[in-house]
Design a protein around this ligand. Sequence first.
Ligand code: NAD
Length: 336
Amino acid sequence: MSDQGDAARRIEELRALIRRYDYHYYVLDDPLVDDAEYDRCMRELVELEARHPELVTPDSPTQRVSGAPSEAFAKVIHREPMLSLANAFSEGDVREFDRRVRAALPGEDVEYVCELKIDGLAISLRYENGEFVQGATRGDGELGEDITRNLRTIRVLPLRLPERVSVEVRGEAYMPKKVFLRVNRERDEAGEQAFANPRNAAAGSLRQLDPRVTARRGLSLWMYAAVLGPDGTVPGGPGPFRTHEEILKWLDTLGFPVNPHRRVCRNLEEVFQFLNEGDRLRNTLPYDIDGMVIKVNNLDQQNRLGATAKSPRWAMAYKFAPEQAETRLLTIEVSV
Ligand code: NAD
């Protein structure tokens, strides 16, 4: 068979495999393979599509946010899409990201904010006049699942803010490592199947029809974004905001949990220094992280860089090299 024919066949194979993995991970909260294996398939697909751009289709998993919302929940239409992040697996990938950013902003200074990449699931919280009114999962990025009642049970979630602002705040829900071990011990004693890792335990616990189950699962949150209007403000709030870091500080003053392990970096060397620190910090944290996120700090620059259908061009997830983390139970191999 021709090179083109081989590539087309392998691309179809990989897409089918990834869709199957996505279904088990996002819909059933029960992954078939570990993240490193998933990332390997995705990377092979990205590379094949880059060599054969004529074979790229808009429905390829490389082009869209994965994770269909479940029929079990009411749907929430996201006012602004909840996107994924482009991945970096090496120093070279991070340098390439920086080169692309600077090429799109010729002659401008670029500052980055580096944060921990929390290994949980993305959620959005909507407040009207300071009151929590609706919470949702990311779903497929356009349509999420309404999990308001479940989110209300999370203790660190502010039900009322000190200011009468109307704002959508986004972040990550996660299960602390200690809680994960406790929940799995209890499941084991009850003869139930253990969760594969804290991320899937968090997703399975939040996407419950009975909020009392969620309440018993000890979930927590780190919030890292607010959806602003076109003028950089939110109704009833301060602003206009100029930087991502200003938003994080404001969220902190409103009482949201905002992760303190972050740094504004003025150049790539400072970014690499923080990435190395994060790698060392990883095993000392009471929750799982699977990498670091690098974001352009200036919001005007973010807007000008824009986004693809899948991820913003102003941010990148630097993924740690795979390791058997202490809270991961096992790698399940399947033949497909
Ligand atoms: P992603 O998890 O690689 O990155 C995007 C997500 O990072 C965001 O949606 C957000 O939820 C999260 N995030 C955490 N901390 C953040 C921060 N500080 N700022 C911004 N975002 C932050 O991308 P994805 O599309 O959600 O999922 C793809 C990844 O999920 C894969 O790379 C793989 O690791 C895993 N996955 C695994 C399987 C499997 O079968 N094992 C299947 C599907 C996906």
